[in-house]
Design a protein around this ligand. Structure first.
Ligand code: MN3
Length: 235
């Protein structure tokens, strides 16, 4: 694991945990303003055949970059919010000035969600820790039932959004969905918690390879889950 990846995970876990449990938030996650595009932790073609290289290149270099550019452009007009840290802005989203609120929701969310998504995918096979396995068994019965429930939730997202596996304050696992670039760290989220897994179900995440077959994408992606990372996040 390179340093930037370890730092992202570490600060995410600390910050997300702090937010979830109501402790003082850790402001630093990802880069600070002005935000920059994090490098993918693998090559564009590393996730073939389940996610094709062209999709990864466009998704990372165009879509993710556009969220960052628009986030920076929005924050340029609100200097007093530039150094608050994106997770604090998520927590306080309901109180933000309305122009900034929309930008943080859409582009701040778009930046954080994609940075998270790249980290929980990997071309290398791994296994969940015993602790995460036990939580999956307790919450869903077994791994196949978790996959089926995530697929069902992913198919239920009308339009664009995300399906998440989150850890609640009681450390129980729960599947939740969000629309657009909302996420479970936002203060006004219906279901709040610490993300353990995320699946992007926007069409741009799968359309080149799977076209309208979102269900096939939701099945294929389990070959790419970085369980090591998910286990660290669950801790
Ligand atoms: Mn996307």
């Amino acid at each position: 694991m390179d340093n930037s990846r370890r730092d992202f995970i570490k600060t995410s876990v600390l910050a997300a945990g702090a937010l979830t449990f109501g402790l003082p938030g850790n402001a630093s996650v990802l880069s600070e303003y002005p935000y920059s595009l994090p490098a993918l932790p693998y090559s564009f073609n590393a996730l073939e055949p389940h996610i094709d290289a062209m999709t990864m290149e466009i998704h990372h270099d165009k879509h993710h970059k556009a969220y960052i550019d628009k986030l920076n452009a929005a924050l340029e007009k609100f200097p007093e919010y530039q150094n608050k840290g994106i997770l604090n802005l998520f927590t306080q989203i309901a109180e933000l000035p309305s122009d900034l609120k929309t930008a943080i929701r859409n582009h701040g969310g778009g930046n954080w969600n994609h940075s998270f998504f790249w980290q929980i995918l990997s071309p290398e096979k791994s296994e969940p820790s015993q602790q995460l396995k036990d939580a999956i068994t307790a919450g869903f019965g077994d791994m196949d039932k978790l996959k089926a429930a995530m697929a069902k939730a992913g198919l239920s997202v009308f339009g664009s959004g995300w399906v998440w596996l989150i850890s609640t304050e009681k450390k129980e696992l729960k599947i939740v969905t969000t629309s657009n670039q909302n996420n479970p760290l936002m203060g006004d989220a219906t279901d709040k918690g610490t993300p353990v897994l995320a699946i992007d179900v926007w069409e741009h995440a799968y359309y080149l390879k799977y076209q309208n077959k979102r269900a096939d994408y939701l099945e294929g992606i389990w070959n790419l889950i970085n369980w090591k990372q998910a286990s660290e996040l669950y801790l």
